[in-house]
Design a protein around this ligand. Structure first.
Ligand code: NDP
Length: 324
């Protein structure tokens, strides 16, 4: 079926997720007001899926943007698909619902469309987002992820969230949840880094075979935030093969990079706080990449990861030691 601005995927619990999501994470050089302005414009130009997180520190502003677009009649609450995330300091079961409620209060929303476990790695429970010891080393914790998942299921049963899922999980970690004997709800999605340099073909195949949607982040090559990303890594949007195809089809490299993932059945997140690029990134429905172009783009994969959570490699649930 041809992709359209209002295309969505049906999740394994029956809810619908629009195929393009507006990313709201930005490095500290951006203001929170830019997140608010960006989100408002995104809704005006047609984005209906907004990807946020408690850890991004701007759910108040993103919520204000959503509520103002509801108040002015641009959208209704049910038109919007908002994703929030459970941060690593709140994996213990008793902290899960309060964390969700905290986000909902900041957002001024009654429910989230999707709540996902931000990463499988948990930290010392508490208010500190990045707890460290006296030597500056992160203080890890090791909650059984199945207990966290049961608490996520209870949030869905309580009506605080429509769907629940995970992020940054590898295949084995997905299997731990899928194999829970008492499993009530499967994760609807796994949100992971995905772009032409990390095309995730194996994880995608596994997710598809289990009716789990792969949601891709950093599809344009990431925000390159200094705190997280190697500043010397090659840039997706400067890739020569991508640029050759983009000239041929008369679209920008960003549009082709997004379209490549959409055509593989991946839900795509893209962040921009620039009005011109917010609009541009939603104009990916009026062209199609040929089978040959898709194959050529498959060929630029390098298994290059921008976000490798380097300082958390010793966590017992560090997901990136496995191939996928
Ligand atoms: P993206 O790959 O979306 O890239 C964002 C960067 O690309 C920004 O610097 C932006 O700058 C620039 N950009 C945007 N559009 C264009 C364009 N058309 N041409 C050229 N440059 C462009 O990065 P993110 O890593 O931010 O990923 C997107 C979203 O995914 C996040 O905002 C967040 O919601 C989510 N995410 C989730 C993670 C997780 O662990 N689950 C991890 C990382 C991200 P400008 O704003 O100036 O346009």
């Amino acid at each position: 079926m041809a992709l359209k601005p209002d295309s969505y995927v049906v999740l394994n619990d029956g809810h619908k997720m629009p195929v393009i999501g507006f990313g709201t994470y930005a490095p500290e050089t951006y203001t929170k007001e830019q997140a608010e302005k960006g989100t408002k414009l995104a809704i005006e130009v047609g984005y209906r899926h907004i990807d946020g997180a408690f850890m991004y520190g701007n759910e108040v502003q993103v919520g204000q943007a959503i509520n103002s677009k509801i108040a002015d009649g641009t959208v209704k609450r049910e038109d919007i698909f908002y994703t929030g995330k459970l941060w690593n300091n709140s994996h213990t079961p008793e902290r899960v619902r309060p964390a969700l409620e905290h986000s909902l209060k900041d957002l001024q929303l009654d429910y989230m469309d999707l709540f996902i476990i931000h990463t499988p790695m948990d930290f010392q429970p508490g208010d500190d987002l990045f707890p460290t010891d006296e030597n500056g080393k992160p203080i890890f914790h090791n909650t059984d992820i199945r207990d966290t998942w049961k608490a996520m299921e209870a949030c869905k049963d309580a009506g605080l969230v429509q769907s629940i899922g995970v992020s940054n999980f590898n295949r084995h970690q997905l299997e731990v949840i899928l194999n829970m004997p008492e499993l009530k709800y499967k994760p609807v999605c796994n949100q992971v880094e995905c772009h032409i340099y990390l095309n995730q073909s194996k994880l995608l195949k596994f997710c598809k075979s289990n009716d789990i949607v792969l949601v891709g982040y950093s599809v344009l090559g990431s925000s390159r935030a200094e705190k997280w990303i190697d500043q010397n890594s090659p840039k997706v949007l400067e890739d020569p093969v991508l640029n050759t195809i983009s000239k041929k089809v008369n679209r920008s490299p960003a549009q082709v990079a997004m379209r490549y993932l959409l055509q593989r059945g991946i839900v795509v997140l893209a962040k921009s706080f620039s009005p011109e690029r917010i609009k541009q990134n939603f104009q990916v429905f009026d062209f199609e990449l040929s089978g040959e172009d898709m194959k050529t783009l498959d060929g630029v994969n390098k298994n290059l990861r921008y976000l490798n959570f380097d300082t958390w490699q010793e966590h017992p649930k560090y997901p990136l030691h496995d191939e996928y």
